[in-house]
Design a protein around this ligand. Structure first.
Ligand code: ATR
Length: 301
């Protein structure tokens, strides 16, 4: 049985636990993760020490890790490539994790593991914060239909958007995701195309309010832009949100044409903040998390 802790009932700072609760991020690879810096900054600001570590876990080790976590940890963040497999290993899922088929957060209580997905709320809050806009009635185009799009698209569909469409190299993955969104929100407009269908891509981008770049193209410094420069021009109505949090070719194009653009930093902070609140019942200090995000990567375990 999982208890939701009312933040008002939590003594501040919490010191009652005899054994300090431990948390960590796992992934493969995971060495680049900014989660320890930003989560420990939030814990420290709340008077809870620095209980958040990092561990490299390969996919074959995930079931074993769940057994370790069940006995030793209070919370976990999962990154690539564990988000889908974790759906099958958790004892229970939140409704939003079940809908998108992705888990990025574990809450462990009395030896039971609840799987949740905070990526969608992370993207929603980042879009609103970075562009100071509501999402009701908006048209969103995802570039990509892999894990990042899957974890967030259904949530955005629930934010009152009018259209969520997908441009993806593999068309059937785009169609699957569009079908998943329409399963829960039948009134949603959702079109799918491939980057090579230039007419459809241009039409989608011309009418969109937001382009969410959710492919892995741009992770390597010499990657080309996720979408070609010819699709963009000055004066577009578009805002670009690139889920990658370091400079990419797409962000460069946005700069060249004065298209408002944000990188994935705020999304990472907001999804982490939602995990923190699930674990502690406390709203974290976002400024502390933003400063922690920039910290040197330390504290491996
Ligand atoms: P995931 O496990 O999340 O699917 P991924 O294989 O890196 O991770 O793919 C993430 C997204 O980036 C997918 O939309 C993928 O396109 P496909 O669905 O066609 O595989 C996209 N992607 C990855 N490499 C790409 C490339 N070189 N060109 C275009 N899209 C690419």
């Amino acid at each position: 049985m999982f208890m939701y802790i009312n933040p008002k009932m939590v003594k501040f700072p919490v010191k009652s636990d005899k054994k300090m609760k431990k948390y960590m991020v796992i992934g493969d690879p995971v060495g680049h993760s900014r989660s320890p810096g930003m989560q420990n900054a939030a814990f420290e600001r709340a008077g809870l020490g620095r209980p958040y570590g990092i561990r490299h876990v390969v996919p074959d080790e995930l079931p074993e890790f769940f057994e370790y976590a069940r006995k030793n940890l209070a919370g976990v963040n999962l990154t690539v490539p564990h988000k889908q497999q974790a759906v099958l290993l958790a004892d229970e899922l939140t409704c939003r994790a079940e809908r998108c088929g992705s888990v990025n957060t574990l809450l462990i209580s009395d030896g039971r593991i609840l799987g949740d997905s905070t990526d969608g709320i992370g993207l929603e809050e980042a879009l609103k914060y970075c562009f100071d806009e509501e999402l009701t009635g908006k048209r969103i185009v995802f570039c990509g239909a892999g894990g990042a799009a899957r974890a967030t698209a259904v949530h955005l569909a629930g934010c009152g958007c009018r259209e969520i469409s997908f441009i993806n190299r593999t068309l059937n993955k785009a169609q699957e995701l569009a079908d998943l969104c329409r399963k829960y929100y039948p009134d949603l407009i959702s079109c799918c195309t491939v980057p090579g269908d230039e007419k459809s891509v241009a039409e989608l981008l011309e009418r969109a309010d937001f382009l969410v770049q959710a492919t892995s193209v741009g992770l390597k410094p010499d990657d080309p832009p996720a979408l070609a420069e010819k699709f963009f021009h000055p004066g577009m109505n578009l805002r670009i949100f690139d889920t990658i949090y370091h400079p990419t070719g797409l962000q460069k194009i946005a700069g060249k044409f004065n298209i408002p653009c944000a990188n994935g930093k705020e999304m990472l902070i907001r999804q982490g903040a939602a995990s923190f609140e699930l674990w502690t019942g406390i709203k974290p200090d976002l400024e502390a998390m933003r400063a922690g995000f920039e910290e040197e990567i330390t504290g491996r375990c």
